[in-house]
Design a protein around this ligand. Structure first.
Ligand code: AP5
Length: 221
């Protein structure tokens, strides 16, 4: 699909990364995932990464001004001219307002905001069973999407890890932060007639088919 500009919105574990990675490759646009960008900065030990890690490890959001600066730089890169899938941004009303301003200045408004709806018990199951590759960012699930060889990334062969913020206590904190700070974006985008809500449950291929259909459909009243 040419030049698509989408936001994938949803609670932690809804499948935003799983879907964005595949569809961005399919559509030839970059997946812009703020969580991945922050984790890369943290493992590189940059000042930004060290600062971000103190928030991420306890399930809190990184301050808006830091994230907005990061996104402004990323959207200015040449590959984002073709379009993009934003995964994990925006997450607060001030971030959404900043994105509106940025895209208005660039003359490239959003096409759609896709909300992946998943129940809380399923989110807990997914996140506590998730294993991630710290090098290529591929994700697996111990039960529903295991790697071919236990604890080894299929794509790059590195050892898989459990993210510090995927421990149950921190997952519960992230879900509470989502309900408090990110869920209000549903009304924000509904009011702009950009929101398309689809079930994020069911197998990943079925969810992907739903997103493909939704991303190209006209949004109803
Ligand atoms: P981030 O990395 O963005 O985490 P998140 O939003 O909490 O999302 P996740 O990566 O946990 O879940 P996902 O929806 O991508 O699910 P996934 O596809 O992996 O952010 C981490 C932290 O960074 C934040 O807490 C914050 O501190 C900071 N941060 C990032 N952005 C920020 C921002 N904008 N502002 C402020 N701070 C920010 O799938 C999860 C699992 O489920 C996997 O195991 C997968 O295999 C499995 N799965 C996926 N789909 C299915 C399916 N259909 N059926 C069964 N299993 C499935």
């Amino acid at each position: 699909m040419k030049g698509v500009r989408l936001v994938f919105l949803g609670p932690p574990g809804a499948g935003k990364g799983t879907q964005a990675r595949e569809l961005a490759a399919e559509w030839g646009v970059p997946q812009i995932a703020t969580g991945d960008m922050l984790r890369e900065a943290a493992s590189a030990g940059t000042a930004l990464g060290r600062q971000a890690k103190t928030y991420m490890d306890r399930g809190a959001l990184v301050p808006d001004d830091v994230i907005i600066g990061l996104i402004a730089e990323r959207l200015a890169q040449p590959d984002a001219k073709r379009g993009f899938i934003l995964d994990g941004f925006p997450r607060t009303i001030p971030q959404a307002e900043a994105l509106d301003r940025l895209l208005k200045d660039l003359g490239r408004p959003l096409d759609r905001v896709v909300f992946l709806d998943v129940s809380e018990p399923e989110l807990l199951r997914r996140l506590t069973g998730r294993r991630s590759c710290p090098v290529c960012q591929a994700t697996y699930h111990l039960v529903s999407a295991p790697p071919r060889q236990a604890d080894v990334c299929d794509r790059c062969g590195n050892a898989l890890i459990q993210r510090v913020d995927d421990r149950e206590e921190t997952v519960r904190k992230r879900l509470a932060v989502y309900a408090d700070q990110t869920a209000p974006l549903l009304d924000y985008y509904r009011n702009q007639r950009l929101l398309a809500s689809i079930s994020g449950e069911g197998d990943p291929d079925t969810v992907r088919t739903g997103i493909r259909r939704t991303a190209t459909d006209r949004v109803g009243p």
